[in-house]
Write a protein that binds this ligand. Structure first.
Ligand code: ADP
Ligand code: GLC
Length: 480
């Protein structure tokens, strides 16, 4: 099949979260599986164009209402072609996402440029795989404005929702910039009357298929509690909404061959993990004491991730149990401040590294004993999957992809891979951390638990096939 991916992030070029990891791995899997797979991305100013060969292949002018954008298209041929849209007027902002008044145009330009590239290269996609709100108007555009172009006659669209809470909701005045004025009736009318246009909603309404990144999240987003106001529309399309877990790129994330950690280890030879722990602590200025458990956090520090629960539980548990805590992340000032206070109160136990640092993310996965993800909701989550492979026992809230991938440890049967609390409250978190600390004190049980996690398999070879099945179904439906 010919598959075109349109997204706002892809590792290693541009990353704020898990979407970038998925984009680095899923298209590569499809390419290996024999599909002609191509990716279109913005050329943000943060992308270092000296690291790969960026070859200029064409110039385009994208028109959005009365706005005109001159774009140069660069191709990078890694294993597969990636087309970067160079347009400093839109993408030289010092960060990937903004709340600037032209935010909608930054990603509409991406969508239109993607289609123009197909036209110029005479590439007829069977599937246009759109990710998140940034690419969510593509299904509508393909069904209307370019519908007569034979290159798109067979094209089916799949919208993957990585996080339903980011919807791309804009004031209705941006309407003309979408170029979709002639089909304005296809926009959700009540919402328009209320003065809004919601990109993600339009994608949910017009994509041929809708997927999200775990089976549990696929169910949750069809409920009022997790639906962000869009649950009714998702329920209306329930037959086309599927949940496919993200996979892990084990070439990047395996303790046997991780370039970012000093001591390799594996399920049969764990000595390196203890040495990585020592390295992690000493490099962060914390004392290393054998037998003292280290808990890790690597996260965007936003409400979704549930760290509000740490206050007061984490203060209380650090005092009571004397474990150590290593945190890497940045985000909301209130949460950063809480981690700073934790570090201030427990200087020998806690290190908060404020920022985004890939090497340290790898080192924490390797060096910590346990990994905390108390997310309120979590579409999939990748760090718990990395943790499992690194023998770092996840402690998670039972929600979304966390519920699907971490199984409660059962001391009696020796089954399970982590600690899972049902209720997102202080008692839940306290119970899970204390259960993990207790199990840690029993080396035989801990070994078994680590072994269960390290031998579970979430590779893209398994998950990628599920996407191929969805593509196949969409393409078959398109032929009738
Ligand atoms: P989300 O996409 O919601 O942030 P995921 O668990 O799917 O959550 O993915 C997070 C990804 O971002 C992981 O690859 C993780 O290592 C990375 N990450 C998050 N915060 C940081 C950080 N501060 N430094 C380095 N990597 C980070
Ligand atoms: C989003 C979600 C996260 C998911 C990632 C990749 O950022 O918050 O749970 O793993 O997308 O799909």
């Amino acid at each position: 099949m010919n598959v075109l991916f349109v997204a706002s992030e892809m590792a290693p070029f541009a990353k704020t979260g898990g979407l970038a990891d998925v984009m680095a791995a899923l298209p590569a899997y499809l390419h290996r599986a024999g599909h002609d797979t191509r990716v279109v991305l913005p050329l943000y100013d943060s992308i270092d164009t000296r690291k790969e060969t960026f070859e200029a292949i064409m110039d385009l002018e994208v028109a959005l209402g009365t706005h005109r954008y001159a774009c140069k298209i660069f191709r990078v041929s890694t294993t597969l072609p990636i087309y970067f849209i160079h347009c400093p007027a839109l993408y030289a902002r010092g960060r990937l996402y903004t709340s600037d008044p032209d935010e909608h145009r930054r990603f509409l330009a991406l969508s239109y440029a993607a289609l123009m590239i197909c036209q110029r290269l005479d590439f007829a996609p069977d599937i246009v795989h759109c990710h998140d709100w940034q690419a969510s108007l593509l299904p509508m555009i393909i069904k209307t404005l370019v519908a007569k172009d034979p290159r798109f006659a067979r094209t089916r669209t799949l919208l993957t929702i990585h996080n339903l809470m980011y919807q791309g909701s804009f004031p209705v005045e941006i309407g003309p910039d979408t170029n979709l004025g002639s089909v304005a009736h296809l926009f959700h009318q009540d919402l328009m009357k209320a003065g809004r246009v919601n990109f993600l909603l339009q994608g949910i309404l017009y994509a041929d298929g809708v997927s999200t990144v775990s089976p549990t999240y696929a169910r949750e987003i069809q409920t009022e509690k997790y639906g962000g106001g869009l649950d009714g529309f998702l329920r209306a399309r329930t037959a086309t909404v599927v949940g496919i877990l993200n996979g892990v790129d084990y070439d990047e994330w395996s303790p046997e061959r991780d370039r970012h950690i000093p001591h390799a280890y594996s399920v049969g030879a764990l000595a390196g993990k203890e040495r990585d722990k020592e390295h992690l602590l000493t490099s962060l200025g914390l004392p290393y004491v054998k037998g003292v458990p280290v808990l890790g956090v690597v996260s965007r520090l936003v409400g979704q991730k549930g760290f509000k629960l740490f206050e007061p539980v984490m203060f209380e548990l650090l005092r009571k149990h004397g474990f150590q805590l290593v945190v890497l992340g940045s985000g909301e000032p209130g949460l950063e401040d809480m981690f700073r206070r934790l570090q201030g109160q427990f200087p020998r136990q806690v290190c908060f590294y404020q920022g985004f640092k890939n090497e340290l993310a790898h080192l924490i996965e390797a060096g910590a004993d346990m990994f905390l993800m108390p997310s309120i909701y979590e579409p999939c989550g990748l760090n718990q999957l990395y943790s499992l492979r690194y023998g770092t026992v996840p402690i998670v809230h039972r929600t979304g992809g966390l519920a699907d991938t971490v199984h409660q440890w059962q001391p009696r049967t020796g089954k399970g891979t982590g600690f899972v609390f049902d209720h997102h409250d202080e008692a839940g978190l306290r119970w899970a951390i204390e259960a993990a600390l207790k199990t840690y004190r029993d080396p035989a049980q801990w070994q078994r638990l680590i072994h269960n996690g390290m031998t579970s398999d979430f590779s893209w070879n398994v998950q990628g096939k599920l996407y191929e099945l969805v593509y196949g179904k969409l393409a078959a439906a398109g032929r009738h």
